[in-house]
Design a protein around this ligand. Structure first.
Ligand SMILES: Cc1cc2nc3c(=O)[nH]c(=O)nc-3n(C[C@H](O)[C@H](O)[C@H](O)COP(=O)(O)OP(=O)(O)OC[C@H]3O[C@@H](n4cnc5c(N)ncnc54)[C@H](O)[C@@H]3O)c2cc1C
Length: 272
């Protein structure tokens, strides 16, 4: 996100140490008393000062890793009022800025690592705004996707390591067919999700607006289709027998249904 949408000075300062793991970043969107699933209600404000810098005021909570982070990406309102769909921006805030404070740690089902933070009139340079002012909610979503993808990859690596090193009386876990199936399914999910993220990043804000407009039109068309006349038509067609049915699977040995693609996945144990 920084590589694509940050100003050059910000990229030069933060990107390389972030990628190298020398500094850490966290993401602050959720706020107390505001549903986290509806960020349009965000109350934290960022106001432009006369010198072009941003003054940020608000409280966030459930910010994962805030206590050990050097930077926090804050979702703040640079225009409009809570509830408006426009006017939300992402701003980078160094955690050593005066006015930034960790209020408390919030345990979640016994797990630590989430914090409530206060932004008490924190001042950051004007170029710390990421992307276009008021148009960047989509970037926040992308950041979440990237973080979860990274977590999933990490979990996958740990799973493979464990499967290779944990052994029972019948050999390592990795030799069991079901474990191989789990590994395959997880890898497939990772590989198919990864290409979608750069695609989402590449979607400019106007494409997001066009997408929303198309979804709105489709929802309106669905609404028309669910009127009483259309419902009667659907009921009549549902009563008709289907024109084509898939052929019934021939049972395999011992009456078990055959599993398509088993051999193709290279997972056959050779015992069957
Ligand atoms: C472990 C953990 C780590 C977190 N880390 C971060 C972080 O790093 N940064 C950050 O900003 N936030 C973080 N959060 C907060 C997270 O973003 C919010 O919890 C999340 O956005 C959901 O918001 P909420 O808890 O306010 O739920 P609510 O918005 O109150 O939703 C409650 C429930 O209602 C459902 N719901 C809401 N609207 C609808 C609807 N229209 N239709 C049907 N169902 C609906 C939701 O699915 C949910 O199940 C973290 C949370 C947890 C638990």
């Amino acid at each position: 996100m920084l590589a694509r949408h940050a100003e050059s000075r910000v990229r030069e300062t933060y990107l390389e140490p972030l990628v190298a793991g020398r500094i850490r970043i966290c993401y602050a969107m959720a706020e107390a008393d505001v549903p986290g699933t509806d960020p349009f209600l965000t109350r934290t404000r960022a106001d432009r000062e006369a010198d072009g810098s941003w003054r940020i005021t608000g409280r966030k909570w459930f910010t994962s890793g805030a206590a050990s982070a050097d930077l926090v990406t804050v979702l703040a309102r640079t225009g409009g009022a809570p509830g408006n769909r426009e006017g939300l921006s992402l701003i980078l805030v160094p955690t050593d800025s005066p006015g930034f404070r960790i209020v408390r740690e919030l345990p979640v089902l016994g797990a630590a690592g989430q914090y409530e933070i206060e932004l008490g009139g924190v001042n950051v340079p004007g170029d710390h705004l990421i992307g276009e002012e008021g148009e960047v909610l989509t970037l926040g979503r992308t950041l979440r996707s990237l973080r979860w993808l990274g977590q999933a990859q990490r979990a996958f690596d740990l799973m493979c390591e464990r499967a290779a090193t944990r052994s029972g009386s019948r050999g390592p876990l990795a030799d069991h067919q079901l474990v191989q199936q789990h590994v395959f399914d997880a890898l497939l999910a990772l590989r198919t999700t990864r290409p979608l993220v750069p695609e989402a990043v590449a979607l400019p804000a106007w494409a997001g607006r066009r997408l929303r407009e198309r979804l709105r039109r489709r929802a309106a068309a669905r609404g028309r289709a669910s009127r009483p006349g259309a419902r009667r038509c659907r009921r009549a067609s549902a009563a008709r027998p289907p024109a084509w049915r898939p052929p019934r699977r021939r049972p395999g040995r011992k009456g078990r249904p055959r599993r398509p693609g088993w051999a193709a996945e290279g997972l056959s144990s050779g015992r069957r």
